[in-house]
Design a protein around this ligand. Sequence first.
Ligand code: PLP
Length: 456
Amino acid sequence: MTGLSNSAAVIREYDNKHYMHPWESMEDGRADRTISARAEGIYIYDQDGKKLIDGPGGMWCTQIGYGRQEIADAISEQVMQLSYHSPWNTASEPSALLARKLAELAPGDLNTVFFTTGGSTAVDTAMRFVHFYNNRLGRPDKKIVISRQKAYHGSTYLAASVTGKERSKSWFDIDTDQAHLLPDVNPNLRPEGMDLEAWCDLKVADLENAIIELGPDKVGAFIAEPILASGGVIIPPPGYHKKCLEVCHAHDVLYISDEVVTGFGRLGHWFASEDVFDIVPDMITCAKGLTSGYLPLGACLISDRILAPITGEGQEGVMFSNGYTYSGHPVSCAAALKNIEIMERENILQHVRDISPYFLERLNALGASPIIADTRGVGLVGCVEGRLTAGDESRLALDQKFGSRIDEKCEELGLIVRPLLNMCVFSPPLIITRQQIDDMFDILGRAIETLARETG
Ligand code: PLP
């Protein structure tokens, strides 16, 4: 027990008055929020005891579900054993074991792990490594990082600079000198009649042309999520990542795969880069599912190939001066080790591969509704894209409310969804059963039917 027992009214009052939430709307940001009181398995219970299915898996992260006693025990034992260690001058058993485990699970020669506090700091670390690497190799101009429209890579300055999502609306300054965005890769945007292979070649050409135009001596890296997750579950055409990797390596450009969402089972594998998309990147960033959201932790994995020329003999006095007080935090690492042990023991990756076709079948069946423009998904990630206005340009603003209107209706019916303008995104805990998938999509289907009646 936490010893906390305030009423919903008190919590709401303090929250509204004092807590600026992430991505807070300055217009109505302090509006009342659902208060999550407790959670178990795939369910969250609010302060009044109402049970809600966790459709987005927290923020794409609650892989093994809530309320696992084993994780609580691992955390509490580690707290009593060693609650903190200074990561620059001491080592600890949990961080060493976890680094070794990640090297074992990662593709190819990605054998070195830099621990961070989350996904943004993992991406930031990868970007800083690009700077460090090229400075050490005597190529100080080779710093531009190429990214893509709709990509989300985080909220630190550098990670936000390579984020392509709603950039113009963020009201923040970003580093435009060292970031370059490629056009949208969404296959749904391809010209009528163009097949996926031709679209793939066009998108790979976007990358190669950008490298050539900016100058291979100026481009340090390309960063890509295996699927664009919060940009709207955009799945690249077959062969896209492999061809992009070949282009990068032909121009001596590093390839960073941002697996903050896709890592740790979301697509049925520890990492999607190699097992789903057949690439061994130079760096992988991960977080979220690494601890199933029990504690904050992220990591940047680096290949032997790129570390070799800047490590060892001839590097006297050179330091990779990047780090966090909580890098390799022993308690977070102990939680991650237990999380991975549970995923292995319960065969959760196989479960995702087995249940994904049913998840996608139920998702895609929603496409029959006249207000659904598209459904798409892979592994246990899915998206429904709404169309309330049937192409009427003047009423497009209504389309943008599809997500929030579905969200409202689903919440009443016992399902949390992640609204994203004209879309709703799903990434439930990976332990979800067939029956629970039915419950989730039954509720979503009812919400869509009601909205179709209201807007029809
Ligand atoms: N990269 C990707 C692909 C993400 O989806 C996110 C968060 O959603 C991040 C990076 C940033 O991670 P964090 O919120 O843990 O800083």
